[in-house]
Design a protein around this ligand. Structure first.
Ligand code: ADP
Length: 302
């Protein structure tokens, strides 16, 4: 068993409240309280979930992303914003190895997740996806019942005990339980778009991940459903670390604690995306230090 396997078992057992047996116990609380975590000189002391080091991405011979270095912290919502084609989706999909299947995809640099190199030779891709869940732009429920959608990943992982309880808990966390509790056997496709997206969130959190990656989760939804998803993010960050890609700057300002602004290197023919600025959302929107960030958030390009 590698350290990676040992750690992941431990985290699962603790979340489930089970005895850890022979594996090491993590000391972090399952439902941490969110509070400012900076030391006297203003340096972040909050635990780092992703430590991204000089990350670059190629699709074949084309470089989509270069020189990206920053840290994503626990129990915060981190928004990734920037003009179309700057690599936002590439970036977020790289955080749980969702790009692996794309022919020609290659990542350079490192993405450390709780200190583990998720592209390292000892990383287990299945485990990465289990710990780091993802929800996409377009709601994509399976053509199965509401219940079976939420139970799907748990069943696949062999987590069959107390399945009803697991499904209910996930639906409650996704703020969908009250709307569907009397129709769990109905097709998920009978739900509205907004409900389907909350179902996808329930499906992702039913296996108790640590991180939720949301790639434009509300861009296909009406304003009421969008507001419901945003409210949900404020609630869920107490339990999960959330990274969201959004092209909607107001949404980033409403939901995110931290914001990373990516843009394209517009000089010459090289159209490589890169991280321009990262910081507190308020600073990025009101007092960014880079002119390109200020221009983008003011709507002057993109
Ligand atoms: P954004 O999400 O900011 O719009 P993307 O990450 O989708 O940006 O795209 C960044 C760059 O990577 C673009 O030049 C795009 O054409 C390229 N790209 C994205 N996905 C693929 C893919 N599957 N194959 C080849 N190139 C891709």
């Amino acid at each position: 068993m590698t350290d990676w396997d040992r750690d992941s078992r431990t985290a699962t057992q603790i979340i489930r409240g089970e005895a850890p047996g022979r594996v090491r116990i993590r000391t972090e609380p399952v439902l941490p309280v969110i509070r400012p975590e900076v030391n006297g000189s203003g340096t972040e002391t909050r635990p780092v979930v992703f430590d991204i080091r000089d990350m670059g991405v190629y699709y074949g011979g084309n470089r989509a992303l270069a020189g990206t270095t920053f840290s994503i912290y626990r129990n915060l919502v981190t928004a990734v914003i920037g003009p179309s084609g700057c690599g936002k989706s590439t970036f977020i999909r790289s955080l749980n190895r969702m790009n692996d299947a794309i022919p020609g995809f290659r990542l350079e640099g490192q993405i450390l997740y709780h200190g583990h190199d998720i592209y390292g030779s000892r990383a287990n891709r299945v485990e990465v996806r289990r710990r780091i869940g993802m929800v996409f732009q377009k709601p994509n429920p399976f053509p199965k019942s509401i219940y079976d959608n939420v139970a799907w990943a748990a069943r696949n992982l062999g987590l069959k005990q107390r399945l009803d309880q697991r499904v209910e808990e996930a639906l409650r966390q996704a703020a969908l339980w009250d709307e569907v509790k009397d129709r769990l056997r109905d097709s998920a496709l009978s739900l509205s778009g907004g409900q389907q997206q909350r179902l996808c969130i329930a499906r992702a959190i039913a296996i108790e991940p640590d991180v939720l990656l949301l790639d434009e989760p509300a861009s296909a939804l009406d304003p009421v459903s969008t507001a419901a998803i945003e409210a949900l993010m404020h609630k869920l960050k107490h339990r999960f670390t959330i990274v969201i890609v959004t092209h909607n700057m107001q949404q980033a300002a409403r939901v995110a604690d931290r914001t990373a602004f990516f843009s394209l290197d517009s000089t010459g023919a090289d159209r490589t995306g890169t991280l321009i600025e990262y910081g507190d959302t308020e600073t990025i929107f009101r007092a960014a230090s880079d002119r390109r960030t200020r221009d983008y958030v003011a709507g002057r390009f993109g």
